[in-house]
Write a protein that binds this ligand. Structure first.
Ligand SMILES: CC(C)(COP(=O)(O)OP(=O)(O)OC[C@H]1O[C@@H](n2cnc3c(N)ncnc32)[C@H](O)[C@@H]1OP(=O)(O)O)[C@@H](O)C(=O)NCCC(=O)NCCS
Length: 185
């Protein structure tokens, strides 16, 4: 087994100024810009731990609940929360700072699952994670729990019983803001 690497070894921060080219017509930063930065910092963190190139497999917990403005400094703090055989979960905390007031806002925390690949493009084993603090241990355990809950949810949702039979369930749309066209077949 390869020797373990600590969480600190691959801890990565990217800070970027939000320039006007990143803004939408409403003057706020495009969600896609942030996603791209998050993917970049996740890549840097995961590839440092793995010592190989990596690919993004899943993204969880992306909620943009607070807008980011042009002129703010956005820092993305990434650290490795969990490792499997070839997969790694990278937690990313996004902070936007108004440089004039110094006020910071935590805009979101998301989890990227990255997989290490060898030179033939096949998933390859990554070093185990050395957990040095209670925080490291808690994050590792939470990643296991998140994975279990996700699998349970996916299983439940895929269950035959939850497949929507339109005629039997159409009542549920009564309170919704939709209108069923008369010619619907
Ligand atoms: C995801 C991918 C690596 C799986 O490859 P595979 O040959 O099926 O390999 P495996 O089944 O051994 O899975 C490899 C790892 O990915 C994990 N994985 C696969 N699908 C996953 C999913 N939906 N969610 C989380 N982890 C997943 C597996 O659990 C496994 O982790 P482990 O080694 O730590 O146990 C492969 O499908 C792939 O390369 N996808 C494209 C990724 C990509 O190009 N991303 C960029 C998007 S533009």
């Amino acid at each position: 087994m390869t020797p373990p690497k600590s969480v600190n070894y691959s801890r990565t921060t990217i800070t970027e100024l939000m320039i006007p080219a990143y803004a939408n017509f409403g003057g706020k930063i495009h969600g896609g810009i942030l996603l791209s930065l998050m993917d970049k910092v996740a890549y840097a963190c995961a590839s440092k731990h793995a010592g190989t190139y990596v690919v993004t497999v899943t993204v969880e917990g992306v909620n943009f609940l607070q807008p980011i403005e042009v002129g703010e400094l956005v820092s993305l703090h990434a650290s490795i929360n969990y490792v499997g055989r070839s997969s790694m979960v990278i937690g990313i905390r996004v902070i936007a700072e108004n440089v004039r007031t110094g006020i910071q806002k935590h805009t979101n925390t998301s989890y990227f699952t990255m997989v290490a690949k060898d030179d033939d493009g096949k998933p390859t084993e990554v070093p185990p994670l050395l957990l040095e603090t209670k925080e490291d241990i808690r994050r590792f355990m939470e990643a296991i729990k998140r994975r279990e809950l996700k699998a349970a949810f996916a299983g439940e949702f895929d269950n035959e019983k939850t497949r929507m039979k339109v005629d039997e369930n159409v009542e549920m749309l009564k309170q919704e803001r939709c209108v069923i066209a008369p010619e619907t077949s």
